[in-house]
Design a protein. Structure first.
Length: 422
């Protein structure tokens, strides 16, 4: 189990024991019988036996946490799936619709077929469950009421929240999945608007220190990088601020995300959008006095995208990896990252900030300003193809040769098991 600052009273020791010692074990066993569509492909009779054991335990947890809408939605979705046959793809639309964000300090519980992004491979709609607590750090709560910050980043629709993960099934606990998006629940319909995004920020620092920073020191030098020196609480707070400002920038530009969600959920436009927002955050954090952890957030963005996402096991099909390869290619083009005299790579943080600002402006002016939707989609793909070559069948792109030469990027199967972290 991961740590939490203050466990809500609703999460009793009995509930935690039931979740850890019964529900997680059953869910992990059930997900082994599924394929990537969520359909049960092995031992159908036994899978129904497992689901019949999971059902009342999950319903009781929802009841204890006073989440009646989710309880009813889950029960309806399970019954519908059993009636249509567990050997068919699940449709948990009711659960998706009922998923709402709780108040700060309240518990969050989810169970159902979900694609855990950057979780343990293979990627698919496997049964998952997690128990968490929404926890906005005090520093961030104070920042939200700070008038200069509110004026500079007026948030029309805050939909991104911070949480501490208490426990979870394999897809969340043993992988690098840091976020829960309701749109990743297995359904037969597509969302027209994003409900919210939940980030498990107590998972972030262990991943960053154990995976990202060692690569940073190997490739860019064994410096005392500011982002590696943060306390766990400051790292949690910095991650919350990064996420908030990132989401603010989703509301800006010629094509704000929430007015263009179906278009920006496509691969090429989504890749440009996600990286654009982080580039805006990096520049703004570095130059604005209203954002704490300015250099740390810049380092997070650069190093996570370039030196963690690009090492994902399924890198050539991974959305986040695509943003990392594109960012590195762009920075190499602008000489913000270049070869050093000793044969390694040299990074100029200020030059990176300017280059990232240029990227964001270029995307908005040359791609997002196109009014015709089809032409916009075509130009987004053409823009990405300038930097990411076409891949083999089944791949979104191929790893550019320059990356293999300069950084020796080889996808890794290494994933942290968070059961070992306290």
């Amino acid at each position: 189990m991961l740590t939490v600052n203050k466990t809500p009273a609703k999460i009793t020791s009995e509930l935690i024991n039931t979740f850890n010692q019964e529900l997680i074990i059953l869910v992990n066993e059930f997900r082994q019988l599924q394929d990537v569509t969520g359909s049960v492909v092995n031992n159908l009779e036994y899978s129904e036996h497992l689901l019949n054991k999971i059902h009342p335990i999950a319903s009781n947890i929802y009841k204890q946490l006073n989440l009646p809408e989710l309880q009813q939605a889950f029960e309806a979705d399970v019954e519908k799936w059993k009636n249509q046959g567990l050997d068919s793809p699940p449709d948990f639309t009711n659960t998706q619709v009922a998923s709402k964000m709780v108040e700060d300090g309240e518990p969050i519980f989810f169970i159902g077929p979900l694609m855990a992004i950057n979780g343990v491979p293979p990627t698919g709609f496997f049964f998952e469950c997690f128990l968490a607590v929404r926890e906005e750090p005090e520093l961030f709560r104070n920042l939200e009421t700070f008038e200069p910050f509110k004026r500079e980043f007026p948030h029309p629709k805050k939909a991104l929240f911070s949480a501490r993960l208490l426990g979870a099934s394999t897809g969340f606990l043993q992988g690098n999945c840091l976020a829960f998006f309701p749109e990743n629940i297995a359904t037969t319909q597509k969302l027209e608007s994003q409900q919210f995004a939940l980030f498990f920020l107590n998972k972030f620092q262990p991943i960053y220190l154990q995976e990202t920073i060692p690569r940073v020191k190997k490739i860019f030098g064994n410096r005392d990088w500011n982002s590696a020196k943060l306390s766990s609480e400051d790292c949690y707070a910095a991650g919350s601020i990064w996420g908030y400002v990132h989401e603010y920038f989703h509301h800006t530009g010629p094509r704000p995300l929430f007015e263009n969600l179906p278009l920006k959920l496509k691969w090429y436009t989504g890749l440009l959008e996600e990286l654009k927002c982080d580039c805006r955050v990096a520049y703004t954090a570095y130059h604005a006095n209203t954002i704490p952890f300015d250099t740390e957030i810049l380092e997070f963005i650069l190093f996570e995208r370039i030196l963690r996402y690009t090492y994902q096991p399924n890198a050539t099909r991974n959305f986040d990896a695509g943003t990392g390869f594109l960012l590195l290619q762009w920075l190499l083009k602008d000489n913000a990252i270049k070869l050093s005299t000793n044969g390694g790579l040299k990074i100029d943080l200020e030059a990176c900030v300017d280059s990232m600002w240029n990227y964001a402006n270029t995307v908005e002016q040359e791609v997002e300003s196109i009014e015709d939707d089809d032409a916009y989609l075509d130009e987004a793909k053409a823009f990405v193809r300038k930097f990411l070559p076409r891949g083999e069948p089944g791949q979104f792109f191929a790893v550019p040769e320059i990356f293999k030469q300069l950084i020796n990027i080889t996808p890794e199967d290494k994933l942290i098991n968070f059961e070992n972290l306290l």
